[in-house]
Design a protein around this ligand. Sequence first.
Ligand code: FNR
Length: 184
Amino acid sequence: MARIIGIAGSLRKGSYNAALLRAAAALAPAGMEVEIASIAGIPLYDGDLEAEHGAPKVVIGLQEKIAASDGLLLVTPEYNASMPAVLKNAVDWLSRPPKGAAAVFGDRPVAIIGATPGMGGTRLAQAAWLPIFRNLGARVYVGKQLYVAGAGKVFGADGSLVDDTIRSLLSEFMAGFASVIVGR
Ligand code: FNR
């Protein structure tokens, strides 16, 4: 069984990206399991805090989960044509000791998807992550792409995925990601 850690880059209760992550986990193909993890409670990166106390427990816990996984599914919102600061902040902490970038991200399959109420489907945010994961030595999954635009109509009021086209594209995306991991 391939074990994937899924992270949505929004702290909002009604987050479309958290909804997309839940849908992705539900649509994972046989042989792949997505554990939903959270970036809630991660403080702003502060080198003094790190030097005095080391990484916060919440960061170490997430580092351990990712390091023990077969891959990472990042579900990114788009803010000002790039990634949101809360998610970049989390990745910055995750790249630091005690585990460090090589153990957490090195050679790890990373798939990126995202949702926005806007028209662009998080294309710019997803593109903005590429140099970051390249720098971290991750293996970014490029086999398929998924950009969820008009999220207000794609998800119901309860956060469930109600768009059949997106369901089918998400299903294909997860199958494609699984195909590069299972039996790796
Ligand atoms: C946004 N939003 C946004 N959307 C987009 O498609 N392109 C963008 O550049 C931006 N810029 C932006 C900046 C800031 C500061 C905020 C707060 C929002 C809208 C954004 O996609 C929307 O708030 C989503 O709902 C955020 O994702 P979650 O919280 O629903 O997962």
